[in-house]
Design a protein around this ligand. Structure first.
Ligand code: SF4
Length: 440
């Protein structure tokens, strides 16, 4: 690795194909009980990976390209055909990861150039060509660029910041599994992402090799743990980005989880539909529908709502995959009511239900992008009542140290006056509710 490369990185999926195939073959005949849950989807038991054709390498589905993106392709990747550009594997192979490559596209500020050179073992840089086309090439304050290209502030650690702010590693009974809430687990299935977000809560593990090198043995231990704990009814697959895995690996994991009778609810958290919409092929949409997966998509800014992302969301929604969004509140990116409202409105138009707005977790080197908690409450206050209720996400802070998500809402309840409960509405006007039940 030369001095300008941006950190080491595992292959997508983080394990060898041979190891995975052997593992699946060895377990194909395991005598897991048939699902007893009448609501669990009936899915066909899979043949060994080696016996199946790789379905997601065959044909690149057609995707309309936004004018801005098409112009970028012609200028910076003139050798790429439209078919290559629309191929998610081409996008991953051609990610922008070095100072030299960044400088061929962007006019880097000194603090950006220095940060990329000094990034060392920190979260690497990785930007798909598609997403780079959405970032401003000259303006280092551009919201999308801010989330992708590091600045030197990221290398400074402030009081109250931690490598693992949510203490996930302390609630991890087996590597890659976080069991904090009684009935649900977080299953970290890969440490690979299509792009690396500078504010990532799991910056300590994504894009890194070593301790968090996910593999099929680790998956197997996590599956065994889930199978042995009947109280677990909800599994959230995250990482890294689970949709950066290919269809075969993803189906193998989902089918194994669906074989566990008490697992009722499967969720996937992903930024892929936003930064790599080409990955959302009709086959992937059918796969997620087959295993009844709910998808939480990580959106940040209305500039992400392109023609390509619309097609990806339509494919998923048309296939019957429920879509929710999660957004991290970031200074200079989306910390104003107008930006957030445009984002939430755009999501609804793409049939994505705004779900969570997160206070940025205090990871090391995040002070320059974090806002005050009051800013988040102010934004929710600017949305609630002023726009469609469906467009208002839950604002939550994930309590440092592992306290879980704490919802925060503006103070609408003013207090009690005798048998009256006093409220203020979204316009600040006061109203009373005669609380007959309390009055007796
Ligand atoms: S896609 Fe998710 S896991 Fe990957 S770097 Fe971004 S926030 Fe982190």
């Amino acid at each position: 690795m030369d001095e300008t490369s941006c950190g080491s990185e595992p292959d997508p999926g983080g394990r060898s194909e041979q190891a995975l195939q052997l593992f699946v073959l060895n377990n194909e005949t395991s005598l897991l009980p048939e699902p007893k849950n009448p609501l669990a989807p009936r899915v066909r038991r899979l043949r060994p990976l080696s016996a199946r054709k790789p379905r997601d390498t065959a044909r690149v589905p057609r995707m309309d390209i936004s004018p801005q993106v098409a112009q970028f392709r012609r200028r910076f990747f003139p050798e790429a055909t439209v078919s290559e550009w629309n191929d998610w594997r081409w996008q991953l192979r051609n990610r922008i990861r070095t100072v030299e490559h960044l400088e061929r596209i962007f006019t880097l500020a000194d603090e950006e150039r220095e940060a990329v050179r000094r990034i060392g073992g920190h979260l690497p840089v990785g930007i798909t060509p598609y997403y780079a086309a959405l970032c401003h090439r000259e303006n280092e304050r551009d919201p999308l660029r801010t989330t992708m290209i590091p600045v030197t502030d990221e290398l400074r650690v402030h009081p109250g910041e931690f490598a693992d702010p949510l203490a996930e590693d302390d609630s991890s009974p087996v590597p890659g599994l976080v069991h904090r809430y009684p009935d649900r687990v977080l299953f970290l299935v890969t440490n690979f992402c299509a792009t690396y977000c500078r504010y990532c809560t799991r910056a300590r593990l994504v894009g890194q090799t070593g301790e968090f090198h996910f593999n099929s043995q680790q998956h197997e231990r996590a599956l065994e743990y889930i199978a042995a704990h009947p109280e677990i009814r909800d599994v959230l697959l995250s990482g890294g980005d689970p949709l950066s895995m290919d269809d075969r690996r993803l189906e193998w994991l989902l089918s194994r989880l669906r074989d566990i009778p008490h697992v009722e609810f499967l969720r996937v958290g992903s930024k892929v539909p936003v930064v790599l919409p080409q990955r959302v092929t009709p086959e992937l949409a059918r796969l997620l529908r087959k295993y009844m997966v709910w998808l939480s998509v990580h959106f940040m800014h209305p500039n992400e709502l392109t023609r390509e992302v619309k097609q990806a969301c339509e494919r998923l929604a048309d296939a019957g995959v429920p879509l929710g969004s999660q957004t991290v509140l970031l200074k200079g990116v989306n910390d104003d009511v107008d930006t957030m409202k445009r984002l939430m409105h755009g999501l609804l138009m793409m049939r994505v239900r705004p779900y969570y707005l997160y206070q940025c977790d205090p990871i090391q080197g995040s002070a320059h992008v974090r806002t005050s908690i009051e800013k988040g409450i102010e934004i929710i206050e600017g949305l609630r009542g002023h726009t469609t209720g469906y467009a208002v996400p839950h604002f939550v802070v994930d309590a440092p140290g592992g306290g879980g998500k704490i919802p925060l809402i503006p103070e609408y309840l003013q207090g009690r006056d005798g048998n009256d409960v006093v409220f203020r509405n979204f316009e600040g006007k006061t109203f009373r509710y005669y609380d007959a039940v309390a009055a007796g």
